[in-house]
Design a protein around this ligand. Sequence first.
Ligand code: FAD
Length: 477
Amino acid sequence: MANEANAQCDALVAAGLGSLVLFPSDSAYAAREASYWAANARLGPTCIVQPKTTADVSKVLLVLSIAPGNFAVRSGGHSQWAGGSDIHDGVTIDLGAMRNASYDATTQLVSVQPGLSWVDVYEEVEKYGRGVTGGRESTVGIAGFLTGGGNSYFTGRYGFGCDEVANFEVVLATGQVVNANKKTNPDLWKALKGGSGNFGIVTRFDLNTFPSTDVWGGMSIYNSSATEPLIKALVDFTSNNKNYPQDAHILIYQYDPTAGSDIIVATSIVDTYGVVNAPAFAEIQAVQPLVADLEVRTMSNLASAFVLPANQRNIWFTLTFKNDAAVVQKVVDLHEQLVADLKAALPASDFATRCLFQPLPAFFADRSVAQGGNVLGLDSQKDDMILWLGNGVVYSEANQPLMQSKMAAWSSAISSFAKAQGKDVGFVYLNYADGSQDPLSTYGSANIAFIRKVAAKYDPLAVFQRKVPGGFKISRI
Ligand SMILES: Cc1cc2nc3c(=O)[nH]c(=O)nc-3n(C[C@H](O)[C@H](O)[C@H](O)COP(=O)(O)OP(=O)(O)OC[C@H]3O[C@@H](n4cnc5c(N)ncnc54)[C@H](O)[C@@H]3O)c2cc1C
């Protein structure tokens, strides 16, 4: 494997691409590895190749598709699990040098290269009074977000991030550059909306924009006695969200000794029209917070104000269940037990946990359908749902296996409880999933068959299945 990987790097150099290749002895190599959001996602590839243009990506793929050995594809590097977008024995194609964003006032599209983070896109479109359905944190990468779905503060108004991609420019394994939109290669366009890295490398996203205003919102922190009313408020907000599609809410539990002494409860609320104390939040705001940071601000400012810490060892699990207070309460109880168990096993300062609940009402999929459809399969869900994200953090490699098994057990216990209550939905959101989860298998049989067919059509030699082991692959379903 190591020999093959060395030969791959040599082949890139021999093809005249040496100026784009970084080796472990290069300081730029270390900087790129350090720029993966999660410390455990950095696998130390044999070399990194950094294309600057679509033509470079095409040349790189021509070499790596043929040379023996495996490779990885990385854009923002926010995939939190080891093997999401890096590789050890092999080459990482790092799109981080492709960082252009340009707004076209005639088409009202913003064309974005995959190396950008969402804050770069917000800053570009805000110059023209426009907005996009992007990530809620400034540093999140755009390519994984958009090809995995993309849950945004704007999802109620505009659907998932992927639904707002008017055109993908894609380099196929053969090096051929194609566009995928409603008229040209529409099957690839739809499959890329949730189907992740199964087809090719996206080198440009042309995104719909909308007239933007400042947004209002931010975070509030409560003591734990607020749990019951806040769970009720979450469930009610989720049921009513279709009447207030401009409003977004996340209920958060966190144990982080560096930020506070024990488990804290927090809410994130955002009105995307900038309405202060918007009526949809009345029930949430009736609960008295200890501290609140709610302001009218630009989206780029909001995205930069609340950012999860990078450079930690992260384990994420996600599940989706029906909008039900008993299930949410059970998850919260299990989180308390998890923290107690971890405190018994580890020094309290050696770990952190988070437990986030995001409304996923059924109407979110209406926009997806209206925009040409995606492959997430949420349009088949008739009930309002809650998207759960559990996040375990450890600071040393030695503690990672323990956290991995505790997080898997937590997720499994939630799943069993939701199933027993008839509240399980089965959907696993790819962008939050652990590598041991199987998000593509939860998209429904028609979408799975469709992704398989499109992958075989655009990558007939199955290069992205055979030689790109990272990410979630349709051939493993
Ligand atoms: C702090 C933080 C906040 C987040 N906030 C949100 C949020 O608000 N909403 C939400 O929905 N998600 C959110 N996420 C999850 C996020 O959407 C995923 O981590 C996503 O994969 C990030 O994209 P990336 O480009 O950084 O991914 P990478 O790690 O670079 O890649 C992810 C996957 O996409 C593939 N890929 C990368 N680039 C390309 C390309 N150009 N063409 C084809 N395939 C490619 C990779 O091979 C890999 O399998 C958040 C994550 C973090 C860590």
